[in-house]
Design a protein around this ligand. Structure first.
Ligand SMILES: Cc1cc2nc3c(=O)[nH]c(=O)nc-3n(C[C@H](O)[C@H](O)[C@H](O)COP(=O)(O)OP(=O)(O)OC[C@H]3O[C@@H](n4cnc5c(N)ncnc54)[C@H](O)[C@@H]3O)c2cc1C
Length: 450
């Protein structure tokens, strides 16, 4: 018997990634059903302006109202103290709850239920809820974050890391956050406007002194009391409830697509929380997933191209952030011999995090998003963007660089002429010239060649 379909696409998990992908799919005209339960623990997280912009771009309104203005982020790393950056502190239960009305307003059906398992028998993917109900769709997005079962197919995994989270109540003070290192890990403290305080202690999951759950509250109290940097922050605070242990190991799933199920967000790739931009990364795969699904459903002949695009972006982003994380851990040298710091200053490899000098490597045909579909186009591979750059400021760069003269003055004159013809405003032209200049090419004719 063919299965009755609940929607074109079922999204498992209603966190930022699942909700963003669902909005994108609804905008493409698909019927979408999101199935999710609130996370079983409280958490405070810091987000940058870039996340706010990505959420605005995705079409969220109610969720944006949960984001307070940014507060100062203090960093104490390798004995140096800085307070240059800011971040907005979001209380995840309230933020996640506010994603739901935004979904409903966009016509997405939301089922608040626990998923017992994903289904992929009989060629039709779906989910089975904990009450036994089965829902099927043409495609399922796995967006249950780190709670998504990993199976045996883990592609890459960083050093095993655990975050111990403790809430506290204290006097009202200016909201802000503080990150600092200690011999066996690092700590993030956050203070919200309503007097809630939040402590996140990241340690090696295999640390020999880490107790099992019953001993965790006493262990956390003792450890916090021993941190001099925490004392001023936590003056007058009382712990609120028991601590929670949260898995924080960096993970890249080996099979982002399997049996009609496409992984997005943390379910596909989760970065180390030290990066402080996990939500941004989870939104990046969720934002491009609708084009992948659209291609799979409308242009099955391009399925391999679309899935290759999805997998390559996850892999590239994961490695880039793993290397940035490695360098940040290595920059803390006071406890370089301690197991926590030693393991993280070496993983994943010794390749540079940021590529070399920004240079153009050459042209190649690669998948890009055009008009909501994944298509193959000519892109320029650069040292910083190994997956290729297709357009800068809306202008395709590969045609501008085809068969340029080698002689520098003639080359600059030819490039200037092409940039001029391809752009429609001085601002667009300036951006393009600046991009070429960053990559070692001048698009401004010298006086002699004019
Ligand atoms: C310790 C720690 C600290 C972090 N701090 C920051 C930070 O400061 N800033 C930042 O940007 N990022 C931070 N992150 C990363 C951030 O939490 C994630 O990157 C982001 O939440 C991923 O979004 P997602 O939608 O993929 O998954 P999630 O946000 O995890 O959403 C998944 C959703 O699926 C639901 N779900 C799971 N299983 C089921 C089930 N069986 N049935 C129904 N629903 C289910 C969950 O309840 C949840 O609502 C941190 C991560 C960790 C581990």
């Amino acid at each position: 018997m063919p299965h009755a379909l609940e929607a074109d696409v079922l999204v498992a998990g209603a966190g930022p990634a699942g909700a963003t992908a669902a909005l994108g799919l609804a905008r493409l005209g698909y019927t979408v059903c999101v199935v999710g339960m609130p996370r079983p623990f409280d958490a405070c997280e810091g987000i940058s302006r870039r996340v706010v912009e990505a959420l605005q771009h995705a079409g969220f309104l109610a969720a944006l109202e949960q984001i307070p203005p940014p507060g100062l982020r203090e960093v104490d790393w390798n004995g140096e103290r800085r307070a240059q950056n800011t971040e907005s502190l979001i209380w995840r239960p309230a933020f996640d709850a506010a994603l739901i009305p935004d979904l409903r307003d966009a016509g997405v059906r939301v089922v608040q239920a626990r998923i017992a398992t994903l289904l992929h028998n009989e060629g039709v993917p779906g989910v089975r809820l904990s009450d036994g109900t089965e829902l099927r769709a043409r495609i399922v997005l796995e967006a249950r974050g780190r709670a998504a079962p990993q199976g045996r197919a883990v592609g890459m995994r960083g050093p095993a890391t655990l975050a111990v989270l403790q809430r506290a109540r204290g006097p009202r003070a200016r909201p802000g956050s503080s990150v600092f290192a200690c011999p066996d890990g690092w700590v993030w403290l956050a203070r919200l406007a309503d007097g809630q305080h939040y402590i996140q202690f990241c340690v090696a999951a295999d640390a020999p002194d880490l107790p099992k759950r019953p001993g965790l509250a006493a262990w956390t109290r003792e450890r916090i009391a021993a941190l001099p940097q925490a004392q001023a922050w936590l003056e007058g605070c009382e712990s609120a409830g028991p601590p929670t242990a949260r898995a924080s190991t960096a993970l890249l799933h080996a099979r982002p697509w399997e049996h009609g199920v496409l992984r997005v967000g943390d379910a596909a790739m989760a970065v180390d929380p030290l990066s402080g931009n996990g939500i941004f990364q989870s939104l990046s795969s969720a934002t491009t997933a609708p084009a992948v699904v659209h291609t799979l459903l409308q242009r099955p002949a391009d399925a391999a191209l679309a899935l290759g695009f999805h997998a390559a972006r996850l892999h590239e982003t994961f490695l880039r952030f793993a290397r940035i994380g490695r360098d940040f851990h290595a920059a803390e040298t006071r406890w370089a011999e301690q197991p926590f710091w030693q393991a993280r200053a070496q993983w994943p490899d010794t390749e540079p995090a940021h590529g070399l000098l920004p240079r153009i490597v050459g042209a190649a045909r690669r998948p890009v998003i055009e008009d909501g579909f994944i298509r193959e186009r000519e892109v320029m591979i650069t040292t910083g963007q190994p997956l290729g750059v297709w357009r800068v400021e809306g202008v395709e760069v590969a045609p501008l660089l085809r068969e340029l003269p080698h002689e520098p003055a003639a080359q600059a004159a030819a490039l200037a002429q092409r940039v001029d013809a391809a752009t429609s405003s001085p601002a667009q032209r300036r951006h393009l010239e600046a991009w070429f200049l960053r990559h070692g090419l001048t698009a401004v004719p010298s006086a002699s060649s004019e």
